[in-house]
Design a protein around this ligand. Structure first.
Ligand code: FES
Ligand SMILES: [Fe+2]
Length: 450
């Protein structure tokens, strides 16, 4: 059959080189075995062959601006400490003391001239070198010969994001991310500050999380309220190494939505976000998206925001990137929204869903992250106080806003189905092409091709 997704009525914005559709790789039509969602052996293979071999997003540069600033990154069975160096570079270490294995960083963030192990007070400098061993004269020199420094891992930063890899053989980060790194660089994430950071535990496999956030095919059913404010026929681009992109047109109703004219409450909020007074806005819901693009261009000219580098689409819509293996980033000129899917250390049926809102503070009245990100009304957006990470446990409503809470209720239901003898594996549409692209890349690692 001659099938072409582009025959479907995909929403495309005003042509711009940034938005241009990229060539689509052939990821086939195979139905993967659903054991990948629940089998402990698959989870172990993923850990051994994917998470320990690829680049992982460990944190954001703005969390460690000064020498000695550090952050902790925990994933699966591992914990890392990421440290800003004297020369402005960044180093990363396993968060483990070489003496008896105690963790050395016991908080999410900190600032220090050195690290002192809480167990027997061995001390390490910012480069991970051992600088003090308590009662050193009681150690046989041949014991200490085995090594007394922290164990370093690869660490590289790009576009304000800090990545680590447990593999010495991993390709350079720039090659791994490819053109996606250039796209992310447009957003000046390095100048953004964290204004909200949440973690919640969900009863689903980590890939169930990735799958749910890599498509908007489910919006009409799980989040029908979004039909009033966004078009769900979207352009999808697939890049090498499992990376992907999706444009989600905002501020106009889905063609599935019955009322195509009224400026509904959701669109009013989006107009206001762009500095347009919804009460005096004279257009219909068919005009609001273009009006937002114009208003943001005007705001940029007035306040020198440098939006010339963005396409119209980037101003009004959500431009979403998938970074293999476990990251999604929704990009807007004002703010970006990072989703990180953290596998549970032992249970393939659980993951931790982490969300980070990064905002670029500007001295402009009413300037704030897009409303859909769900930033608390009273949140501090000055960037002066880094908010703590709020962590909610399994079964507790994550309070991530209406849309994400709806996902948190549905994912355990999907996870249960994945274990059924009656389920033979997912059948993906072209609207779910990012899922197939992600799983195809995953299989390259699991099959030993990568
Ligand atoms: S375990 Fe760190 S000093 Fe003993
Ligand atoms: Fe969803």
């Amino acid at each position: 059959m001659n099938f072409d997704f582009r025959n479907w009525d995909i929403h495309v914005g005003k042509p711009h080189p940034f938005n241009a559709e990229r060539p689509r790789p052939d990821n086939g039509t195979k139905r993967p075995d659903p054991s990948r969602y629940h089998d402990p052996a698959v989870w172990q293979a993923e850990w051994d062959q994917v998470f320990t071999k690829t680049w992982l997003l460990a944190g954001v540069e703005s969390d460690i601006p000064e020498q000695g600033d550090w952050l902790r990154f925990e994933i699966g069975t591992e914990s890392f400490v990421i440290v800003r160096q004297e020369d402005g570079g960044i180093k990363a270490f396993y968060n483990v003391c070489p003496h008896r294995g105690s963790q050395i960083a016991l908080a999410d963030f900190g600032s220090a001239n050195s690290f002192v192990c809480p167990f027997h007070s061995w001390k390490f400098d910012l480069e991970g070198k051992n600088v003090a061993i308590t009662d050193k004269e009681t150690f046989h020199p041949d014991v200490l010969c085995h090594g007394t420094d922290l164990t370093e891992v690869r660490c590289e930063a790009t576009a304000g994001l800090v990545f680590i890899s447990m593999s010495d053989d991993v390709m350079p980060l720039a090659e791994y991310l490819g053109e996606v790194a250039d796209h992310l660089a447009l957003y000046d994430i390095g100048e953004m500050v964290v204004v909200q950071h949440k973690k919640s535990d969900w009863a689903a496999n980590w890939k169930g999380g990735v799958d749910a956030f890599y498509e908007i095919y489910h919006l009409h059913s799980v989040h029908p309220q979004t039909q009033a404010v966004m078009d769900d026929r979207t352009q999808i681009d697939l890049f090498p190494n499992g990376m992907s992109r999706q444009f989600v047109p905002f501020a106009q109703p889905s063609p599935r939505f019955p009322d195509q004219e009224s400026v509904n409450e959701g669109i009013r909020i989006m107009l206001a976000d762009a500095g347009i007074d919804p009460d005096t806005f004279e257009g219909t819901a068919q005009d609001s998206r273009a009006a937002i693009q114009r208003a943001k261009r005007e705001r940029s000219e007035k306040f020198n925001l440098g939006y010339e580098k963005f396409s119209d689409t980037q101003l009004s819509d959500s431009t979403i990137y998938g970074l293999f293996p476990n990251i999604q980033i929704g990009c807007h000129p004002e703010a970006v929204f990072i989703h990180r899917f953290l596998p549970h250390p032992d249970d393939p049926g659980q993951f931790t869903y982490e969300t980070i809102i990064l905002f670029k503070p500007e001295d402009i009245p009413g300037y704030k992250p897009p409303a859909w990100m769900g930033l608390a009304e009273d949140a501090d957006t000055s960037g002066l106080d880094r908010p703590d990470i709020v962590h909610t446990g399994l079964g507790v409503p994550p309070e991530l806003g209406e849309v994400l809470d709806q996902d948190s209720e549905l994912l355990p239901v999907v996870q249960k189905g994945a274990r059924s003898r009656g389920f033979a594996g997912p059948l993906w549409s072209e609207q779910e092409a990012r899922l197939r692209h992600f799983h195809t890349e995953l299989d390259r690692y699991l099959d030993g091709e990568k």
